[in-house]
Design a protein around this ligand. Structure first.
Ligand SMILES: Cc1ncc(COP(=O)(O)O)c(C=O)c1O
Length: 447
């Protein structure tokens, strides 16, 4: 399937999606600034967290002030926290004014905590664009035309990363796994010992299959067998819900986006690169092969923003960056380890409920199963095009399959961010109930 045609969607599902796009949110709700003892602005925290952190007896507050709408449980974009959404209503401000420069600088510093890096040579980037821009950033800056890249593919997005690298002239070798599994270390070791690769890419969670790749042992292998090869991770569907220990695992690049587990509206490409990756960029023999995605253009801007100095290459979106700042404030206040553990606990429950319904996952091996989404095989006689509208009628939006080899045979359930971190929303229970009832209406009975 050509990438431009997007996910496989039935007309019924498309109309569901367009209905979902309709509501206008009350973006102008004023909020007062309270300070938590650790100097965290408590107005930015979810109400559940605020109550835990303050003595404020706000216990009867509604968990979300957003209008009723279908619960979006696709693997990104995800449901928003109210404070994140409210940040988007900030009045217009200069992108080089002191208030915004301060917010952008803090945002970059908080990203270091999210990626668990304290290495000052590592560099965060926040650019206007979607997750795909991260691929371009890697392809245009970290590899030169004619150099070799090894791409590990566990689905649609691994294949996409390979396509992007080819567009920039990289010579790509791809190791692709069968749908539902991942390339194994011996095969990767063999490939690494046969050729000198400038970089290796791995999709941490391929959103088309729900397969989780293991990063720690993979990076150890690359450093042992081919120490100069950069280890680059597509973390679009894993950052903020799966453990990523940037320094300890010696990663060279993790690219992600705002709209998945980070819980922010779509529109930001977010990445972290190691000092080694930045050095590889600086050692290029040829100029970067993109203008907008050039690290030459963005590196000084990111460094200046983090040092709270105004700087300009291309206009950032102050509203989106403010939303990201709020999302990261919440993540850092919760603690990243706690966040990963909460996603794992929710995922374990969801996977147990799915097994109890007699359903199998696309990712067959439990160690290869993502914690922020589940790709679920449909029973033999049930079609996604029939089931998804039945979930929609129950106020739940799941996604259809997008891996071309199995697209019609499975559906995808995203369980990231507030939908699992704020149990009072009841999203998980609502989704499991809708799935059970929808399947039964389709004539499915557990054997
Ligand atoms: C793993 C992965 N990589 C890359 C992308 C591309 O991100 P975007 O659609 O934000 O451009 C996605 C999108 O879902 C993804 O899931």
């Amino acid at each position: 399937m050509p990438r431009s045609s997007g996910p496989v969607d039935s007309p019924a599902r498309l109309s569901l999606i367009s209905r979902h796009l309709a509501p206008s949110y009350p973006l102008n709700t004023p909020y007062t600034v309270e300070r938590h003892p650790d100097n965290i602005d408590t107005s930015l925290l979810p109400k559940t967290q605020t109550r835990a952190l303050t003595t404020d007896a706000n216990s009867s507050a509604k968990m979300s002030t957003q209008p009723e709408h279908p619960t979006l449980l696709i693997p990104g974009p995800i449901e928003f926290d109210d404070a994140v959404l409210n940040s988007m209503s900030h009045y217009s401000e200069s992108h080089v004014g002191p208030a915004f420069v301060n917010v952008f600088g803090e945002t970059l510093s908080m990203l270091r905590k999210l990626f668990q890096t304290t290495d000052s040579s590592a560099q965060p980037f926040v650019l206007s664009g979607s997750g795909t821009l991260g691929w371009d950033l890697v392809a245009a800056n970290l590899i030169e035309p004619g150099e070799d890249a090894l791409v590990l593919s566990t689905g649609y997005f691994g294949d996409g990363f390979a396509d992007c690298l080819k567009v920039y002239g990289a010579n790509v070798t791809q190791i692709s796994a069968e749908p539902g599994s991942r390339p194994q270390l011996p095969e990767i070791e063999k490939a690494l010992s046969e050729k000198k690769y400038k970089l290796l890419t791995v999709t941490h969670v391929d959103t088309s299959t729900g397969v989780l790749s293991e990063l720690k042992n993979l990076s150890e292998l690359v450093h042992r067998v081919s120490p100069d090869t950069l280890v680059i991770v597509d973390g679009v569907c894993s950052v903020a819900c799966e453990e990523i220990d940037f320094d300890a695992w010696k990663l060279d690049g993790v690219v992600t986006a705002s709209q998945k587990a980070i819980g922010c509206p779509a529109g930001l490409s977010i990445s972290m690169f190691s000092g080694r990756a930045i050095q590889a960029f600086q050692n290029r023999q040829t100029p970067p092969t993109s203008y907008f995605a050039s690290m030459k253009n963005w590196l000084p801007i990111m460094q200046n923003y983090e040092a709270k100095k105004p700087s300009y290459f291309a206009t950032p979106s102050p509203q989106l960056v403010r939303a990201l700042h709020t999302a990261l404030t919440q993540i850092v206040a919760q603690g990243v380890k706690e966040r990963f553990a909460a996603h794992k606990a929710a995922s374990d429950k969801i996977k147990a409920a799915i097994a109890a319904l007699g359903l199998k996952q696309v990712a067959a091996n439990p160690d290869d199963q993502a914690h922020g989404m589940t790709a679920i095989y449909l029973p033999e006689n049930v079609k996604g095009a029939e089931l998804l509208p039945k979930l929609g009628a129950r106020g739940v939006v799941f996604a259809g399959g997008i891996h071309k080899a199995i697209a019609a045979k499975y559906i995808r359930f995203g369980h990231m961010g507030v939908s699992v971190l704020d149990p009072s929303r009841g999203h998980v229970e609502k989704a499991i109930k809708a799935l059970e009832e929808g399947l039964s209406e389709c004539g499915y009975q557990k054997a």
